[in-house]
Design a binder for this molecule. Structure first.
Ligand SMILES: C[S@@+](CC[C@H](N)C(=O)[O-])C[C@H]1O[C@@H](n2cnc3c(N)ncnc32)[C@H](O)[C@@H]1O
Length: 397
């Protein structure tokens, strides 16, 4: 059944919301204020025609936009884009009872994403189609850094050799690092060794095992060169890593000893150590080893003491916090157990980074309840044109 209707607002997945008989219908690609023709099945709406477009509508720059599920908001003009993205940060905080406003919006798209995962089949490679589990075969993805221009071709070649799989790309300083996962059972990674030698890649791994390497992929972090372990975390854009590290270093200021929890391969620790000794914790042992090696070879850094620890199951207790400042950058799930201990401790300053505004809001509310004031709330737009956003804030008491 079709309806001609005016879109009332944008949902948090970037879909236009239409009210039909007081029920919300979500319409991808439609904007607030637009009069549109849609079909609706339950709460799933499909845009058929735009009768009156919004003045905020812009032409998407990618020919796959609308079909591809990778980007959701290329059709938003700059003002609406910014307001929507800031809302992604502020709305969960308000729902958690914190009246906070984003003080800075940092465009961190830079030259594009240096990390991406494509899906591959025997004869296709790309991203899943919008609202679907079907693969969209693509020739190019304009949100990637130029160094990953051939990522779809490489993924297609790998899919051609082994069939269905996920192919993750990282553009390192030494070339393209490729990690193949989720192939069908029984497929052997050795099948990819000869192919890798013909591809423009510096390393290829299969299910976490190295199959081929020309040079160890590495990345510059402050004064250090870090060799990237297979499967370790890296921020999606170089600009976001730099912006977040800059935020952390400035917010920490002068400190006798800093804790960097969920430190990964050390983008913050390696820069903080230019001024202060750092105690760095993560559950990823390979990432810690890479950070330690990089720190040993970098000139003029203060000591970085690293510990492997599962901070979900075994958070640092309130009695272990003899640090001036604690930096936290947990995965999407947030840092509930760890934040509860910090709330009970004598720590006076916390700098928290997060990629999930909802878990960030939950954890921030715990700190605020424990007497911290939240300030300098920043939105770092590294997943540009998607509905993901990075958050940073400083908490003091
Ligand atoms: C968002 S990343 C941040 C890493 C680093 N700060 C950066 O900017 O590259 C989250 C980190 O949390 C680590 N992690 C995930 N679960 C963990 C756990 N249960 N305990 C400790 N670290 C964990 C991951 O290994 C990853 O390095």
């Amino acid at each position: 059944m079709t309806h001609t209707i005016t879109i009332s607002s944008l949902g948090h997945k970037g879909e236009g919301i239409a009210l039909i008989e007081d029920k919300r219908v979500f319409v991808p690609l439609a904007l607030p204020g637009e009069t549109v023709v849609i079909s609706a099945e339950g709460e799933r709406g499909t845009l058929i025609d735009i009768v009156e477009p919004s003045p905020e509508r812009v032409e998407p720059f990618c020919p796959y936009f609308g079909a591809c599920g990778g980007c959701q908001i290329q059709h938003l003009g700059p003002e609406l884009y910014r307001a929507f993205t800031i809302g992604l940060v502020e709305n969960p905080l308000r729902q958690a009872g914190l009246d906070a406003s984003v003080s800075r919006f940092i465009d961190a798209a830079g030259a594009g994403r240096r990390r991406a995962t494509l899906h591959a089949r025997k004869d296709a490679a790309g991203y899943m189609r919008l609202r679907s589990h079907d693969l969209l075969d693509i020739e190019a993805c304009p949100i990637l850094v130029p160094a990953l221009a051939r990522a779809p071709d490489i993924a297609r070649a790998i899919g051609g050799a082994i069939g269905d799989c996920d192919v993750s790309f990282t553009a390192s300083d030494a070339g393209i690092d490729v990690a193949v996962r989720n192939a069908r059972k029984g497929i052997k990674g050795e099948k990819l060794i000869a192919l890798a030698a013909r591809l423009p890649v510096t390393r290829l791994s299969f299910d976490g095992q190295m199959m081929f390497q020309r040079q160890t992929p590495n990345i510059t972090m402050g004064r250090a060169q870090v060799e990237i372990p297979i499967g370790s975390f890296l921020q999606a854009t170089a600009q976001a890593e730099a912006a977040l590290a800059d935020y952390v270093v400035t917010a920490v200021g002068k400190a006798k000893l800093v804790a960097d929890l969920f430190c990964g391969m050390g983008p913050f620790a390696l820069r903080l150590a230019e001024k202060s000794p750092v105690f760095a914790v993560d559950s990823d042992k390979a990432a810690l080893q890479a950070m330690d090696k990089a720190a040993r070879h970098a000139k003029g850094l203060k000591a970085i003491t690293s510990r492997a620890r599962d901070l979900f199951r075994d958070p640092m207790t309130q009695f272990e916090f003899n640090f001036d400042v604690v930096v936290l950058d947990p995965p999407r799930a947030g840092a509930l157990a760890q934040v509860r201990e910090i709330a009970l401790s004598k720590v006076r300053k916390v700098v928290m980074i997060a990629c999930d505004p909802a878990s960030f809001a939950r954890d921030a509310a715990i700190l605020v309840k424990a007497g911290f004031a939240m300030r300098d709330l920043v939105a770092v737009d590294q997943f540009a044109f998607s509905t993901h956003i990075e958050v940073a804030a400083t908490f003091e008491r």
